[in-house]
Design a binder for this molecule. Sequence first.
Ligand SMILES: NC(=O)c1ccc[n+]([C@@H]2O[C@H](COP(=O)([O-])OP(=O)(O)OC[C@H]3O[C@@H](n4cnc5c(N)ncnc54)[C@H](OP(=O)(O)O)[C@@H]3O)[C@@H](O)[C@H]2O)c1
Length: 232
Amino acid sequence: MYFKMDHFIVVGGTSGIGKAISENLNKQGLHVTTISRRTEGLTGIDHVSLDVIQSEISVERFEGDIKGMVYCPGTINLKPFRSLSIEDFREDWEVNFLGAVKSLKTLLPKIKESRASIVLFSTVAVQMGMPFHASIGSAKAAIEGLTKSLAAELAPNVRVNCIAPSLTETPLTERLLSTEERRKASADRHPIGRVGNPEDLAQMACFLLSEQSSWITGQIIGVDGGLSTLRV
Ligand SMILES: NC(=O)c1ccc[n+]([C@@H]2O[C@H](COP(=O)([O-])OP(=O)(O)OC[C@H]3O[C@@H](n4cnc5c(N)ncnc54)[C@H](OP(=O)(O)O)[C@@H]3O)[C@@H](O)[C@H]2O)c1
């Protein structure tokens, strides 16, 4: 199957933040393809069913330039360091970091042909040390390093930026926000007084994908209700 010209590929574009990004781009009339494990994609948006850890994205199916790529798969595996197994680390690094590396390696030859933008996801827990985040924090720190290295290597043709969210209401965080008490405590920790919603992050990702941000590359951008920088 072949798709139209000028793609935006959203790996993990079927849930939470990635879904909000895909829908936002689609609403702008842009051509979006989501990639994720589930067989059904979003209404009106092309979808490729694939586990990016297990299988290769077959780039031949994309015709024309890839103008933007976002990598959204992530985990939340919060445990004290002594309880984190090597397998926990391996899994977090595979989903958060190596999956992004694999996706980029496959898609980059298509991306490099055009002036394109890549958006990756870190977490507030890289900038701020937080207990129980050793595995996810280290995997996301690797994403931040990858962002800067690739931004340098691919300039000026391709921009690479990274968004570092704080707690955002998505299927990934359902358990953390499952009671009214938890929701209130989480909201109260943020200077802006609430947790994030997927659209908060999608707005930033779509800006970074657009020509409006054409002078921004190699940045780690906190979209975190002020948590990483303010004490109020
Ligand atoms: N939500 C937060 O509070 C928060 C905070 C800090 C950072 N982040 C980061 O922001 C990003 C998005 O988070 P989110 O909360 O929107 O996550 P989410 O709701 O769990 O969505 C993740 C997406 O990735 C896909 N996916 C997962 N594993 C995959 C695999 N192996 N191959 C292909 N697709 C895969 C999922 O679809 P399938 O299940 O169909 O594969 C889904 O579309 C993540 O990198 C996360 O670490 C989130």
